[in-house]
Design a protein around this ligand. Structure first.
Ligand SMILES: [Fe+2]
Length: 511
């Protein structure tokens, strides 16, 4: 039987810790070993009132079966978790053992290509074509984008497929779930919570023959996940509606001006990258779809000037309008840029290929406030911070309500040698100012998560947690920052015994 190169990691703890690349490139190396919860070395003092479990998810590997992945979004998921309590920390690191990898082991051969798609090979072609037409997308369910505690379960989310259940005890993979048949297609990695309704919402983009459908789901605090409506899209932009926003009465989607023709779809069926399938066509404009939660079958739709959004920060209703805070980009090229970072390319590649991205002269990833007037079917925008940022998070108790502070990763201009997000940012909507926390030379943070203190005295009375990659030592640590004393920097570190690759999203579950 042919030996299968399956998941990228091995339990070998004797691997060298030196990065094969210097500094930021070490952020894109495969994880070395997996482990269940074990004590982490703590530096500084972890606050006594920080008790709970931190979870993050992102790719574990950047190649598969000897081939460099076509995009970092394709790597198998890696769940990283830190339990904090009584001033101590214990961490666990596990690769999501997805169904596709299990199938490869069962069938004894590589089945998935560098784009995560079922390889265009004899015996699997009809499955690949059929999947692209039916919504059962023939891609590895890598489970690599978010990790969400919900109703006592841990869900590893991947927008092209159903959730994967993860054991809260040891992060082992328990299998995929379609929630008793209630999820009928892809399920996004960005559910949004609406406190007023005690319900979360999510969506999925599902090809259905010639059509592309936007499925919308309710995820109540108690009871079953339910499909509440399916909206037919006018364009086939699979993979490019990554996030959305929920307010007490509305869900809002920005549909980018991208469309894949049947020919594009055919090329993907033959093995082309799905990330290159939908082409940017600014003449289409960006479509705004507003779904009233009490009448989800009656969405309000209109188009505006073209722009692109990867992530939203928060949304709320004020003076009869819907207010959204999100990261605004001129187009979708950041997706491609992200996809190239793991290739170890010359430093000049990035600045030459994406001019303006690193020096602050282009309009990518700007925290932006928009107002939607549903009566007039109009949207207006205001750029809030003139700095390239991403991964915005707020105090989770204010989701759907007016908030003051937004926490983000920042890319201070003038550092082409550090072409990644390398600072933490705190935007204050009252003052309009952004506070920057520089983390030091070759320190690369991941998404900051805000945790409220009990009985807080203010909106920012809590902690920020972010796993930081130390490019000098090729190692990673969980950083604790007092959000109210943001400029005082990291107050405690919990060190993993290895470098962890870049991660995308995660959540906190209080004890
Ligand atoms: Fe995301």
């Amino acid at each position: 039987m042919q030996q299968v190169a399956t998941t990228p990691t091995s339990p070998d703890t004797n691997q060298p810790k030196q990065s094969q690349h210097k500094y930021w490139r070490g952020f894109f190396q495969d994880v070395v070993h997996q482990h269940s919860y074990q004590p982490l070395r703590v530096e500084g003092a972890i606050p006594d009132d920080l008790n709970g479990s931190y979870y993050q998810n992102g790719p574990a590997n950047f190649s598969s079966h000897g081939k460099t992945l076509g995009h970092i979004f394709t790597g198998d998921g890696l769940i990283r978790s830190v339990r904090l309590g009584n001033g101590k920390a214990e961490g666990a690191v596990k690769v999501v053992d997805c169904v596709g990898r299990q199938r490869e082991r069962t069938e004894g051969k590589p089945l998935y290509d560098e784009h995560g798609g079922l390889k265009w090979q004899q015996g699997y072609r009809m499955e690949r074509i059929k999947g692209l037409l039916t919504g059962e997308l023939p891609f590895l369910n890598a489970g690599n984008t978010n990790i969400l505690p919900w109703q006592g379960q841990l869900l590893a989310l991947f927008e092209a497929d159903v959730p994967t259940l993860i054991s809260p005890d040891n992060l082992d993979t328990l299998g995929t779930t379609n929630m008793d048949g209630n999820i009928i297609g892809p399920f996004s990695a960005h559910p949004r919570w609406v406190s007023e309704r005690q319900c979360g919402y999510n969506f999925g983009i599902r090809p259905d023959g010639q059509d592309t459908l936007l499925d919308i789901y309710a995820m109540p605090r108690q009871g079953a996940c339910q499909l509440i409506t399916s909206i037919k899209l006018d364009r086939r932009c699979v993979g490019y509606i990554h996030d959305f926003m929920a307010t007490p009465n509305y869900l809002v989607f920005f549909v980018p001006p991208m469309h894949a023709t049947m020919k594009d779809l055919f090329n993907v069926a033959l093995g082309a990258s799905p990330f290159d399938m939908s082409k940017w066509d600014k003449s289409l404009g960006t479509e705004v779809i507003v779904v009233p939660l009490d009448r989800p079958e009656q969405p309000i739709r209109f188009s505006t000037d073209p722009f692109f959004v990867i992530h939203h920060a928060n949304g709320y209703e004020e003076n009869g309008k819907i207010v959204l805070n999100y990261m605004h980009s001129a187009d979708h090229s950041l997706y491609r840029q992200l996809g190239d970072l793991h290739r170890g390319l010359p430093i000049t590649y990035l600045s030459e290929t994406y001019p303006g991205l690193w020096d602050g002269s282009s309009s990518f990833n700007r925290l932006t406030r928009s107002e939607i007037d549903l009566q007039k079917k109009q949207i207006s925008y205001d750029m809030l911070a003139d700095l390239s940022c991403e991964f915005p998070r707020i105090n989770p108790g204010l989701q759907g309500s007016k908030h003051r502070y937004t926490y983000m990763l920042g890319m201070p201009p003038g550092k082409p040698e550090m072409p990644l997000f390398s600072s933490l940012e705190k935007y204050d909507a009252d003052s309009g100012k952004t506070e920057t926390l520089e983390l030091g030379d070759e320190q690369y943070p991941n998404e900051p998560i805000f945790i409220r203190r009990q009985n807080p005295s203010s909106e920012d009375d809590g902690y920020l947690l972010s796993v930081i990659y130390d490019g000098h030592n090729h190692s990673s640590y969980l950083a604790v920052i007092d959000a109210k004393k943001f400029n005082e920097g990291v107050i405690a570190k919990a060190h993993f015994d290895q470098a962890l690759p870049i991660s995308f999203h995660g959540n906190w579950l209080s004890s």
